[in-house]
Write a protein that binds this ligand. Sequence first.
Ligand SMILES: C[S@@+](CC[C@H](N)C(=O)[O-])C[C@H]1O[C@@H](n2cnc3c(N)ncnc32)[C@H](O)[C@@H]1O
Length: 241
Amino acid sequence: MTEDTDDDAPGWRNFYGRRHGKTLRPSQKTYLSQDMDTLRPRGIWAAENPERSPLDLAAIFGGARPVWLEVGFGGGEHMVHMAARYPGIGLIGCEPYINGVAMLLGKIRAAGVTNLAVHPGDVRELFDVLPAGSVARAFLNYPDPWPKRRHHRRRFVTQDHLVPLARVLAPGAEFRVATDIPDYMRQALEEVPQAGFELVAHGGVAWDDWLSTRYEQKALREGRVPDYATFRRRGVAAADA
Ligand SMILES: C[S@@+](CC[C@H](N)C(=O)[O-])C[C@H]1O[C@@H](n2cnc3c(N)ncnc32)[C@H](O)[C@@H]1O
């Protein structure tokens, strides 16, 4: 998804990924038109919330519960798996690629899970409006690798993304990173601790509750090796910005 770039993102931030792919199937169009309304929290897009007031997560998930975040959920298989496995949490995912969002919606229907919220856009918009310390766990699965050196600053594991992530995570919250790109993990191991995290575990063995994603399956087919890291948010929660 990294080579096909566009810069037509709404708002002031450049987004270098892809927002549209193949023509959606009729069923996927139906999911988008019927299900997004209830799954999409209001107030994340700048146009809906120009003051950037913090979201009311208890209202979004129908009561107070731990909230987890998945960045760039792709086809949504990991998200639905986690929501089904942990019905007591609320999981909010973001993904600007609309075909991926449509795939997630189909999986939500099939699984019947209800503890999910979906932002069909950039995680940075969500960071703006999540209250400080409000997220108990975050997942970054097979982020866009941006292999060219001059594009490394676009990677998620840069301070531009990690500092806002650290703000919204609660002290002690887990941040999981999975990638098949050795240089990406190198950068994660260097940059994530600088943003206020400690490394808890790193290696080739996945978490007990891991569900292999589409991009992991692609990596395995192409002979690349998965690598997993777990970080923990250090310190006390920063004051809300
Ligand atoms: C390589 S794909 C991996 C998808 C999925 N996590 C998996 O493992 O199969 C990376 C995903 O991150 C999404 N992404 C890229 N930049 C993003 C951003 N700023 N906010 C949210 N998602 C983003 C892309 O659209 C893409 O679907």
